[in-house]
Ligand binder design. Structure first.
Ligand SMILES: [Mg+2]
Ligand SMILES: [Zn+2]
Length: 179
């Protein structure tokens, strides 16, 4: 049985993007997102987080730091009735400071590698899925994967062929209105 997914960028969609967030003490949920995520869960969507974490390749924080933060985040969400089906991240960057992360990879958005990995591991039906992101690279990854519902969290014009929304709660309402 395949599931419909809502792919969520992390920084700027779930939490305040204060730049290279690698510590739970700097992780601040944006208003209304926990409730919106719970609504999406209750509607039957698998929630999948896709996040570029070049802060790892740049040496600002480690993969271990990222995993610790992710666990704290998922625990907090779980306490609020939100279950996360998967968290996929890219630590790479062509100009990474740390050599083990210095490469042109398939997983850094706008490339669709993280989406493909999630689809395979979680048995996701892309034709019923959505993506919410705040950067052009998120929307490009969604377009490259033929994800039909694409929400761009932006205060300006949306990326071409995507729907502009103010925040994740607005994306949630728009998506549920299509059903
Ligand atoms: Mg972002
Ligand atoms: Zn990568």
């Amino acid at each position: 049985m395949t599931v419909a997914a809502v792919f969520l960028d992390r920084d700027g969609v779930i939490n305040v993007d204060s730049g290279y967030v690698g510590d739970w003490n700097n992780f601040v949920f944006l208003p209304g997102v926990i409730e919106a995520m719970r609504t999406l869960c209750e509607a039957g969507y698998a929630l999948v987080i896709l996040t570029n974490q070049s802060g790892i390749g740049r040496g600002f924080y480690t993969e271990e730091d990222f995993h610790v933060l992710t666990e704290r985040m998922c625990n907090e969400l779980s306490r609020c009735g939100v279950s996360i089906a998967g968290v996929y991240f890219c630590p790479h960057l062509p100009e990474a400071t740390l050599p083990q992360y210095r490469k042109i990879c398939e997983c850094r958005k706008p490339r669709p590698g993280l989406i493909h990995r999630a689809v395979e591991e979680l048995d996701i039906d892309l034709a019923r899925s959505a993506l919410v992101g705040d950067k052009d690279s998120d929307m490009e990854a969604a377009l490259a994967s033929d994800i039909p519902h694409r929400y761009h969290v932006t205060s300006g014009g949306p990326f071409a062929n995507c729907t502009a929304v103010n925040d994740l709660p607005a994306a949630c309402r728009a998506l549920l209105a299509t059903a």
